[in-house]
Design a protein around this ligand. Structure first.
Ligand SMILES: [Zn+2]
Ligand SMILES: [Zn+2]
Length: 629
């Protein structure tokens, strides 16, 4: 959509063409560009014209997209909100807009389809509006669990999707599916979806799905078992109803020949394990949701070692070696799960693993032409980052009677350890990779530290209990962070001084250790403070918050405190802040996650040249829940 109404052409004179988000018309937006204001009649005319132009330029194409951009920032202007509220879904504005485009296109091009997505905020069908016959709805399964088949009654995430698909079926003649088949966070880690592929394709075919786009690691070569996966997916798409597990077994026997059995045993072991642990890995899976830890990875390693020794020819050995990339990659993850601090450096723990693990993996990646580590990271960059981690990252350690805190100044000054000494528990998750699992702060606009833009802070001051780190940005701003231990508190303070006028749009992003993963949201309890503490994840349905409960989390802004407590392991954290300093808090956590992911947005948004701003917060250890369970 942003391409049909380019902000570079219209943005300056007509900001009102673009979505109103938090009271602002934002022209720059991640995910390809801003969403449009879909109830503005001028926007409709422009989209019709640009779509007609596109049809003229591509007379053989029969399917043109009028679809949302890849971000959740839909328009919240009065008229868009009114329509969405009437239709009880943001698909309300979307579908009425797309229908209006399709109606006009049909007059001159009756054989052309106008495609749109039912994706994230538009997945829920509108209450009264139906799609015109020349509209093609592509329903996206992005929230779904990949281990279970889409119609598996034991998987509530997937049952929600099926319920939406049933309603879309009554509202649209042409339904296509966008289905996800890989772990976009780490293309090479073991991924247990081989039992669900066939059943999901069969479900789509039996429920009016006219086509399925199977998105896998399409931009990467030699990803986890990619030969096997390409075979299995193609066979199931060619003839819906085929059993993907049987297809996988067949591929193993044909392709890995005398080495097939241990690989079949590995696949069986790993799928059974995920089943037994009752996990629901999503398409951005972490090692935790894939149950990859030192013990399981050691077990997986045995199967591949065995398979390699059985290979009788160079050809079979190479095939097995290529398949073993996934266990190497898993071993690398495991090695960084625990970063060991010593003498000013943090290093991964190899725990008896081959010292050349990383270089051996790099060699295999070259041999088998691995091109990407993930959707966002080239393999080369991943390897270089891992080399930095393996050679030891400069670290600062602070310590008093209560806490030991370790941070990495050269990696966005992220915190990688917060151990509460009286109990010995580290309450945050370690580094894992330079761009993952972090307790850090990012800028959302302008120069500065970002999740994918790792910058080095300079250590300005360092004592046993306090450090000051600073970063000068290209636009002349200075970001300074002070981290100090005062009694039983860890205090964080960030100051930014602008060189020239710039946005001051920060995100404070702690990731805490939730302890045991559990499907029961009562086991890990989340609290915010209004006047009193409120237990906000009480009664989550299917371990998910209702809209009301999500809103409740924001109440923590008033009382200036957020907390969580693991009832089984008897520990938790309280984070306190001045409620004036923050305008929003969000919780990204569900019970299958081992990390509690809090996002806090500071109030200040813009600074003039020379202007200064700051915010602060404090972390406390909890040995009992703030209120009774
Ligand atoms: Zn609007
Ligand atoms: Zn599931």
């Amino acid at each position: 959509m942003a391409n049909l109404v380019p902000p570079s052409i219209y943005g300056k004179e007509h900001p009102e063409y673009y979505a109103l988000v938090d009271g602002r018309r934002l022209l720059e937006m991640h995910g390809g560009g801003p969403q449009l204001c879909l109830t503005n009649p001028e926007v409709l005319e422009i989209v019709i014209k640009t779509t007609l132009d596109a049809i003229e330029r591509n007379p053989n194409a029969k399917n043109f997209n009028v679809a949302q951009m890849d971000n959740g920032n839909y328009c919240t202007c009065e008229s868009c909100t009114e329509l969405d509220e009437q239709e009880e879904s943001h698909a309300g504005t979307m579908l009425s807009f797309v229908n209006a485009v399709a109606e006009r296109i049909e007059k001159t091009h009756p054989d052309v389809f106008i495609g749109t997505y039912a994706y994230e905020y538009t997945r829920k069908p509108p209450k009264t509006i139906s799609a015109r016959d020349n509209v093609l709805i592509q329903l996206c399964s992005i929230e779904c669990c990949t281990f279970h088949a889409i119609d598996d009654p034991s998987c509530s995430l997937n049952q929600d999707f099926c319920a939406d698909m049933d309603i879309w079926n009554e509202k649209a003649k042409n339904i296509f599916i966008w289905h996800y088949n890989t772990n976009f966070r780490a293309y090479l880690l073991p991924f247990p979806n081989l039992r669900s592929i066939g059943k999901s394709v069969e479900y789509f075919a039996n429920n009016n799905g006219r086509g399925v786009f199977m998105q896998a690691a399409g931009d990467g070569l030699s990803t986890e078992l990619s030969d096997l996966r390409n075979y299995v997916m193609s066979r199931c798409l060619w003839k819906p109803g085929r059993d993907s597990w049987q297809e996988a077994m067949e591929f193993c026997r044909l392709h890995y020949a005398e080495s097939a059995q241990p690989i079949i045993d590995y696949l069986t072991y790993y799928h059974d394990l995920i089943d037994k642990e009752n996990l629901h890995p999503l398409l951005f899976s972490t090692e935790a949701s894939l149950f990859l830890n030192p013990e399981t990875v050691k077990q997986i390693d045995k199967y591949f070692t065995n398979a390699l020794t059985l290979a009788k020819s160079e050809e079979i050995r190479n095939r097995v070696e290529k398949a073993s990339l996934c266990v190497y990659r898993a071993k690398l993850s495991v090695s960084t799960m625990e970063m060991k601090y010593a003498n000013g450096f943090c290093k991964p723990s190899l725990n008896g693993e081959d010292e050349n693990l990383l270089e051996r993996y790099a060699e295999l990646c070259t041999k088998y032409e691995v091109s990407r580590e993930s959707e966002y990271t080239k393999n080369e960059d991943y390897l270089n980052n891992m080399r930095k981690i393996y050679s030891g990252i400069k670290a600062v350690s602070l310590e008093n009677k209560f806490w030991r805190v370790v941070l990495l100044p050269e990696s966005n000054a992220k915190i990688v350890e917060m151990t509460y000494k009286p109990t010995g528990r580290n309450v945050i998750k370690p580094a894992r990779a330079l761009d993952r699992f972090r307790f850090e702060e990012w800028v959302r606009q302008g120069d500065g530290p970002k999740a994918d833009g790792i910058l080095a802070f300079k250590v300005m001051e360092k004592s046993t209990t306090q450090t000051v780190v600073a970063l000068a940005t290209k636009d002349g701003a200075r970001i300074e962070r002070t981290i100090s231990l005062t009694g039983d508190a860890i205090r964080f303070e960030t100051t930014l001084k602008a060189g020239q006028a710039r946005p001051f749009n920060f995100l404070v992003h702690p990731e805490y250790d939730a302890g045991s993963g559990s499907d029961d949201p009562q086991e890990v309890s989340i609290y915010v403070k209004d006047e009193e503490w409120i237990h906000v994840n009480k009664g989550w349905v299917n371990a998910k918050p209702t809209d009301g409960q999500s809103t409740l989390i924001k109440e923590g802004l008033k009382g200036g405190a957020f907390a969580y407590f693991n009832q089984k392991e008897d520990f938790g954290v309280e984070q306190r802040f001045d409620s004036k300093d923050f305008e929003n808090i969000n919780l990204f956590w569900s019970p299958e996650r081992i990390q509690i992911n809090l996002e806090m947005t500071p109030t200040i948004k813009k600074l003039q040249a020379g202007e200064k701003a700051k915010y602060a917060y404090e972390v406390h250890y909890l040995d009992k829940a703030p209120i009774k369970y």
